[in-house]
Design a binder for this molecule. Structure first.
Ligand SMILES: Nc1ncnc2c1ncn2[C@@H]1O[C@H](COP(=O)(O)OP(=O)(O)OP(=O)(O)O)[C@@H](O)[C@H]1O
Length: 226
């Protein structure tokens, strides 16, 4: 489904080239549930941004199915991003001017989901995340953990083929974190491809494959046995 070949990401400083990712070769099959781990600064978020088509400034090749990302037009790439990916950001990225309800609704608007269907999807998610009473509040009126839950609800509302998650449980209590991992597991069972970056080893046990990144390189890549 996804193939990365010899991906390098670097910044040019005055005297040298500093590599953030170096020689990443990675094949991701449909339906995998992958966890990226590794020390702070290892390049996990950078890799997720490239996978999610949010960063185009890298060397190497990225194929999404048959599509070669580098040669796609901006509009085509942006449509692919909106139609196939759900993204849970480390720093929420909620839209401040929109309510909880409207934030969750945004990917559904991109996908031309009918108004009655939108209502039912959002009602289900609000219920699942215990946020029904908060639906008309704005992000600034929520706790960090609640904002993260809204970010997760928004990312999964449109039933993306690929769900990318950067520290999805970073601001949550352990019970909430487990609940989110169980939701990921359900999505995985339903066929969603999931790639999450996390520092929490216990989150990796919900997945099928664990990749360790160190200094921008893949150090280990192994199947999780249950
Ligand atoms: N635009 C940029 N300019 C300069 N350095 C950058 C840029 N983006 C990322 N970096 C550097 O690249 C390295 C990798 O960052 P990245 O956020 O991908 O790491 P990470 O593994 O996700 O870390 P964390 O676990 O702390 O989130 C860091 O050293 C960071 O400072």
């Amino acid at each position: 489904m996804i193939q990365l070949k010899a991906i390098d990401k670097y910044i040019e400083s005055r005297f040298q080239r500093i590599f953030i990712l170096k020689g990443i070769d990675l094949t991701i099959n449909e339906g995998e549930f992958i966890t990226l781990m590794g020390p702070s600064g290892a390049g996990k978020s950078t890799l997720l941004n490239i996978l999610g088509l949010l960063d185009e400034d890298y060397a190497g090749e990225y194929f999404f199915g048959e599509k070669r990302i580098k040669t796609m037009k901006d509009k085509e790439r942006s449509n692919l991003h909106k139609s196939e990916f759900g993204y849970i950001f480390q720093a929420y990225h909620l839209i401040d001017e929109l309510t909880v309800y409207e934030n969750i609704e945004t990917p559904l608007l991109y996908r031309n989901v009918s108004s009655s269907e939108r209502k039912s999807i959002i009602a289900n998610l609000l219920d699942r995340f215990n946020m029904v009473a908060k639906k008309d509040l704005f992000p600034a009126q929520l706790s960090g953990g609640q904002q993260q839950l809204v970010g997760i609800a928004r990312a999964i509302a449109g039933r993306p083929k690929v769900l990318l998650a950067d520290e999805p449980t970073g601001n949550l209590h352990s019970a909430q974190a487990k609940e989110i991992m169980e939701i990921f597991q359900e999505l995985h069972t339903e066929g969603t491809t999931i790639i999450q970056a996390t520092h929490a080893r216990e989150n990796a046990d919900f997945g099928t494959r664990l990749i360790n990144l160190v200094d921008g390189r893949i150090k280990t890549d192994e199947a999780i046995t249950k």
